[in-house]
Ligand binder design. Structure first.
Ligand code: ZN
Length: 162
């Protein structure tokens, strides 16, 4: 690191301690060349993830946006917002673990469907129908059949009553 006074790149570190409520490390340095002292702060790079949309556009991952899409799918359903917030947090953690800088929007959509699948049947169907944008009844019927087969569907709402 360059000394802010003379530009020399070597210093002694005199002191190192946690700072800003332990979100960073503060180091007191002394320049080997001019002998002046200065302070640096080191902190982890904030995790960022760009979402690549189906049209090729990119935007920063936005957990609020994901949450609102899931809330919309669960509109008027007995699903606590808190439960969806947990899901979004879970998805975000998973994405940051698995992807370094970019993720396809489809990877997010699949995870959101996976979460909703275990939370609310109707919310899952609504989300899937919007997300997959399927327009033929066969695809819809397929998903319903899959759900009827799968005993893990915990929601009390029965698809057949629709
Ligand atoms: Zn210096």
């Amino acid at each position: 690191m360059k000394c802010p006074y003379c530009g020399h790149e070597e210093q002694k570190v005199l002191d190192s301690r946690p700072a800003r409520e332990s979100t960073s490390i503060r180091r007191r340095r002394e320049c080997d060349s001019c002998g002046r002292r200065f302070t640096t702060f080191e902190e982890p790079e904030k995790p960022r993830l760009y979402v690549i949309k189906s049209d090729g556009g990119r935007q920063l991952f936005d957990r609020e946006k994901l949450l609102s899409s899931m809330l919309l799918a669960c509109g008027k359903r007995p699903v606590p917002v808190e439960r969806l917030e947990q899901s979004v947090a879970h998805i975000e953690r998973d994405l940051l673990d698995q992807f370094e800088l970019e993720v396809q929007s489809s990877d997010i959509g699949e995870r959101a469907m996976e979460e909703l699948y275990h939370i609310d049947t109707i919310g899952y169907i609504r989300y899937s129908s919007v997300y997959r944008a399927f327009d033929c009844p066969e695809q819809f019927a397929e998903i319903v059949k899959k759900m009827q087969r799968d005993s893990r569907a915990k929601s009390k709402a029965t698809v057949s009553s629709r």
